[in-house]
Design a protein around this ligand. Structure first.
Ligand SMILES: C[S@@+](CC[C@H](N)C(=O)[O-])C[C@H]1O[C@@H](n2cnc3c(N)ncnc32)[C@H](O)[C@@H]1O
Length: 200
C-alpha cells in the first residue's frame, strides 16, 4: 500500500480565507466540522465532472449539516443519506430524536435528496456495483462496523471513496489500512481529517 499525506501548509492562508468565507456562509457549521465540509467541497470540485448530475452517498448523516452544505454548493448533486437516526452506544434516543428533527427539516428543503433511515449494511444492498460517484463514510466508528462498511461500500463506488476520522480514530485508520492492503489501493489524505481513495 502506498500512502501519501497531504497537509497543505503552504496553503494555510488560502485555507484561512476559505474558512472565513464558508463560516460566514454556513454559520451553523463549527470550526472542526467546517474543515471536513470544505475538504468535501474541494474533493468534489476537483474529481467530479460537474457538468452532469452526480451521486453522493453519505453513511452517517447526523443532523444533515454536511448534506445541506453540499446540496447548497452543488446544484447537480443527487444526495443520498444513510442513517438509522436511532440511539446507539452513548447516544440517547431522546437526543437522536432531536437530531433527526433537524435532519428532516434540513433535507426537506431539497428535492434532490433522499434519506434512508436504515443501517448501512442493509442500505448497501440497494445499490449496484459502481453505481455511486462518491461514497462518504462517517457512520459507526467501532472497528468491526467501519471495516464492514468499507468492504461493503467500496465496490459500489464509481469515482471516489472518502472516509472521515482516519487520523483521529485508530479503529478507522486500522480498517481503512486493511481495505487498502486487500485491494492494493493508494490512500490520500487531505485536511478536515478526510482520507480518500480515487477509483480509476
Ligand atoms: C459521526 S456522526 C456523523 C456526522 C456527520 N457525517 C457530520 O459530518 O455531521 C455518526 C452518525 O452515524 C450514524 N450511524 C451509526 N450507526 C450507523 C449505521 N449502522 N449505518 C448508518 N449510520 C449509522 C449515527 O446515527 C450518527 O448520526
Amino acid at each position: 500500500m502506498y500512502k501519501e499525506k497531504f497537509i497543505p501548509k503552504e496553503k494555510d492562508e488560502f485555507l484561512q480565507n476559505k474558512n472565513e468565507f464558508y463560516k460566514k456562509k454556513y454559520p451553523f457549521s463549527n470550526n472542526t466540522s467546517l474543515g471536513q465540509d470544505i475538504a468535501l467541497i474541494d474533493l468534489i470540485s476537483h474529481n467530479i465532472d460537474l457538468s452532469r448530475v452526480f451521486t453522493f452517498l453519505e453513511v452517517g448523516i447526523c443532523d444533515a449539516r454536511t448534506s445541506s452544505i453540499l446540496l447548497d454548493e452543488f446544484l447537480n448533486i443527487e444526495y443520498i443519506g444513510v442513517d438509522p437516526l436511532r440511539g446507539y452506544g452513548s447516544m440517547l434516543q431522546e437526543r437522536m430524536d432531536f437530531i433527526k428533527k433537524i435532519a428532516l427539516e434540513r433535507l426537506g428543503n431539497y428535492k434532490n435528496s433522499t434519506l434512508l433511515t436504515i443501517g448501512s449494511l442493509l442500505a448497501v444492498k440497494l445499490f449496484e456495483d459502481k453505481s455511486l460517484d462518491i461514497v462518504f463514510l462517517d457512520g459507526n466508528h467501532e472497528y468491526d462496523a467501519i471495516r464492514d462498511d468499507l468492504i461493503a461500500w467500496y465496490p459500489k463506488v464509481k469515482h471516489l471513496l472518502a472516509i472521515h476520522d482516519y487520523e483521529t480514530h485508530d479503529s478507522v485508520k486500522k480498517a481503512t489500512d486493511l481495505l487498502c492492503e486487500l485491494y492494493g489501493l493508494k490512500l490520500n489524505y487531505t485536511f478536515g481529517d478526510v482520507a480518500y481513495i480515487i477509483k480509476e
